[in-house]
Design a protein around this ligand. Structure first.
Ligand code: PLP
Length: 424
């Protein structure tokens, strides 16, 4: 098949560089490390529908990044978009919230098993920051424990001292433990007894550039007991996994109950709203904090979220994503094996991570991903992938055909370092 080229994307990027710092910033931009070799990737989308997006040059991709999580029901889901558009006609951003906010709160507390209340913002990072503030307000303690390599947004406290713009004071109250290492966590809690406000972690460990790690057997149950015993607030950052493992919350999926749980991404299928859920014990602390934003109670995204959560519950989107992800990842690994490559898949199948084994510097892996992307299967290299309910059996069949062709091309032409003409 003829492979894609990206002339219009590149023209747009040149223009963007003049007027936007970095051209395209953050994880959607080519500087971040997910896009290597950069030549293989488009930089701008023109439209999206269902399981696909089209880039600025008109190339179609089956999208396994799902906008880095928001796309769970397929782009432009008719039920979600109809609810948002109906609300837009009534009004969106007014001087008061609408009844939709109350409806959304009722739906979230009915859906998320641990939730006695819900609070709405815009981005995932708004909810993780609020969770930390609530824990500090409730306990009167300063320190927080995070997992090494975990991601909770871009606020200064989530970053590393010495990174541009970050001072030592920004992270002075942070302690770090390896995800899944209960003994290390218990030690930290003992060494800092009476000083730790919060332990925040994702339900399973999904860092970039590394195999993703599921919680060891019994880990969360012991962590729950430890937090209760030590008076530490247990905050689960479900921004990425939320609704891809279980519509009741990923803590329910792994058999424990968080005190605070952060949601965003899949919550409204791409409309901009996030939610922090909490238990009764933290209700007063949450209410005591001054926390809000210009658009946080806009009605249209909230109407979209109500429709999205309702639909995710009705069709059990998490189960569909887990099943489709299993079929796809088993097929990808088999395609690799047929060409002599060991494709290691980790994490949960609805949000998996993959790399080719015995591949120093990701040299074969990046070449394989590039061969897939230039044939219309959109993966990135070192971030976890996502699936959505709109991916059909035919899409999976097509993906596996492309994956097979891409493995054959890597076998024939070698890893990136052996090739000429591809810019990394
Ligand atoms: C686990 C996790 N927490 C927090 C965030 C931050 O969310 P946002 O980028 O919407 O602020 C993300 C975003 O990728 C995430 O994956």
């Amino acid at each position: 098949m003829k492979t894609y080229t990206y002339e219009k994307s590149r023209e747009l990027f040149k223009r963007a560089l003049k007027v936007v710092p970095g051209g395209v910033y953050g994880h959607l931009g080519p500087a971040e490390g997910c896009f290597m070799p950069v030549d293989a990737f488009p930089f701008f989308a023109s439209r999206a529908q269902g399981a696909y997006f089209w880039d600025a040059d008109g190339n179609r991709f089956i999208d396994y990044m799902c906008a880095f999580g928001p796309n769970i029901l397929g782009y432009n889901d008719p039920d979600v978009d109809a609810a948002a558009h109906a609300q837009l006609k009534e009004g969106n951003c007014a001087s008061l919230p609408t009844a939709k906010m109350v409806e959304f709160g009722e739906l979230m507390t009915d859906t998320v098993e641990m939730a006695d209340w819900a609070f709405f913002c815009k981005n995932g990072g708004d909810t993780t920051a609020f969770a930390i503030m609530i824990a500090r307000a409730a306990t009167g303690r300063k320190k927080i424990v995070l997992t090494r390599g975990g991601y909770h947004g871009v606020a200064p406290w989530t970053q590393k001292a010495g990174h541009p713009g970050i001072t030592p004071e920004d992270v002075a109250n942070n302690l770090y433990a390896e995800f899944g290492d209960y003994a290390a966590l218990e030690r930290l809690f003992t060494e800092n007894r009476g000083e730790i406000a919060c332990f925040m972690a994702t339900p399973y460990h999904h860092p970039v550039f590394e195999d993703n790690r599921l919680p060891p057997d019994g880990y969360w149950k012991k962590v729950r007991e430890l937090c209760t015993r030590e008076g530490v607030v247990l905050a689960v950052d479900d921004v990425r996994c939320g609704f891809r493992l279980d519509t009741r919350g990923s803590d329910a999926h792994y058999g424990f109950k968080a005190d605070l749980e952060c949601f965003c991404k899949a919550l409204a299928n791409g409309w901009n709203v996030s939610a922090l859920c909490g238990t009764d014990a933290l209700r007063d602390a949450a209410a005591s904090i001054m926390y809000t934003g210009s658009y946080w109670l806009s009605a249209a995204p909230i109407a979209a979220a109500v429709a999205c959560v309702t639909k995710m519950r009705r069709i059990d989107s998490a189960k569909i994503c887990l099943e489709k992800g299993t079929k796809l990842t088993e097929g990808l690994a088999a395609a690799g094996k047929a060409h002599g490559f060991n494709l290691v898949v980790s994490g949960e199948p609805s949000m998996w991570f993959m790399r080719i084994a015995d591949d120093p510097d990701f040299d074969h892996h990046q070449a394989w991903v590039a061969e897939c992307v230039r044939r219309g299967v959109y993966f990135t290299n070192h971030h976890n992938l996502f699936i959505n309910t709109a991916v059909s059996d035919e899409d999976i069949r097509f993906t596996l055909e492309i994956a097979d062709e891409a493995f054959a091309a890597v076998k024939r032409d070698g890893p990136l370092s052996a090739r000429k003409g591809w810019q990394s």
